[in-house]
Write a protein that binds this ligand. Structure first.
Ligand code: ADP
Ligand code: DP6
Ligand code: CO
Length: 351
């Protein structure tokens, strides 16, 4: 039996300007453009292997060791697009094996909690598309492939690029201009760091897809967000990244996280992603910044209670030290040099 295989990894990306709302559900076209930072491969990532063989009887996907249903129209859309591109490659070169006609076996593993608001769908679909594109030896560039990953999960389109990434919402009905583009590579701002505070690894009760649909259908505040707030913020945040202006970047990031959770609360019935620990983290970061006299740490929360704190490496001891003082079980401390945790400052009124 001949089996053709390829393996790829994709890191998660954490949005600093949130995607929340679809204008087209089947194509995953968003109601606003968004911006994110892709984490390093050493942190949270998906590892996916794809295999094609004439002997496979059906398409199958194993996620974290368990067989997943492939009935979802989103996964089907990704596979159909990738097969069509492979078929074009095969028709240009008759000597190539007809992989587009074979079934696929896909094995994927996330090294972090799945469906807990830590962007597993982003890393998951980015790795799936990358692995199959590599197996099929497709010539398309990352922006082109991002349109396919987008159909799997909107946020996945941004994980095909490293560094600072924008997802341009596009204006076309067919979605051909709704794609990810690089704002700046990680090397542009290598001192930017992200700490991930796993408050809970439980599966969220409102998945992103259903949550955003409810917001679009019921929230009045949402109209203000997508028309008045985000378009301006999108330009300002790109500029802050290009200028490596942490103060502006941090302020916009925190405001956008708050705006996103506000439209969740304004949905009917309301959607609660933040819990009491999340709120304590928000309070702590504001007090730390206040004490410093300027912004040295910026929080953001996706569709779950887990926090991501962006900071500049120069402030690592102060930021991580302070977080450690108040939230001792935060993941990843073991990896840090103990001296990095000794710079914490005392803050009243957090507990
Ligand atoms: P998250 O906040 O983790 O992105 P979502 O509700 O957006 O949560 O999406 C979770 C869903 O994404 C999972 O239930 C699963 O269907 C899909 N997913 C997660 N990881 C993978 C993966 N590695 N490969 C394929 N699909 C995945
Ligand atoms: C809060 O990309 O998971 O993380 O497109 O329905 O799969 P689907 O949703 P998903 O939503 C992500 C929402 C968010 C913000 C963001 O990543 O921009
Ligand atoms: Co997701």
């Amino acid at each position: 039996m001949t089996v053709h295989t390829a393996t790829c990894t994709a890191p998660v990306n954490i949005a600093t300007l949130k995607y929340w709302g679809k204008r087209d559900k089947s194509l995953n076209l968003p109601t606003n453009s968004s911006i994110s930072v892709t984490l390093s491969q050493d942190d949270l990532r998906t590892l996916t292997s794809a295999a094609a063989s004439a002997d496979f009887q059906e398409d199958q996907l194993w996620l974290n060791g368990a067989l997943e249903s492939l009935d979802s129209p989103r996964t089907k859309a990704c596979l159909a697009d990738l097969r069509a591109l492979r078929a074009a490659v095969e028709s240009a070169d008759a000597s190539l094996p007809k992989l587009s006609q074979y079934h696929l076996h896909i094995v994927s593993e996330n090294n972090f909690p799945t469906a807990a608001g830590l962007a597993s769908s982003a890393a998951g679909f980015a790795a799936l598309v990358s692995a199959i594109a590599s197996l099929y030896e497709l010539p398309q560039d990352m922006s082109e492939l991002s349109k396919i990953a987008r159909k799997g999960s909107g946020s996945a389109c941004r994980s095909l690029f490293g560094g600072f990434v924008a997802w341009e919402m596009g204006a076309l009905e067919d979605g051909l201009d709704s794609k990810a583009v690089e704002v700046a590579p990680l090397a542009h701002w290598p001192t930017m760091k992200a700490a991930i505070l796993v408050v809970s690894d439980d599966k969220k009760d409102t998945p992103s897809t259903t949550g955003m649909q409810s917001t679009v259908a019921t929230s009045d505040l949402f109209q203000h967000r997508i028309h008045e707030v985000v378009p301006k913020r999108f330009e300002e945040m790109k500029k802050a990244i290009v200028n490596k202006d942490f103060e502006t970047f941090g302020e916009l990031t925190m405001k956008d996280s708050n705006s996103f959770h506000a439209v969740c609360l304004d949905s009917y019935p309301p959607i609660f992603y933040l819990n009491d620990t999340s709120k304590k983290i928000i309070k702590l970061v504001h007090k730390l910044n206040e004490l410093e006299g300027h912004i040295i740490a910026a929080y953001t929360f996706d569709a779950g209670p887990n926090a991501v704190i962006y900071y500049d490496e120069a402030n690592e001891a102060k930021v991580l030290g302070t977080l450690h003082k108040y939230f001792a079980q935060v993941q990843g401390w073991d990896k840090k040099d103990a001296s990095a945790l000794n710079g914490g400052v005392d803050i009243d009124g957090v507990d």
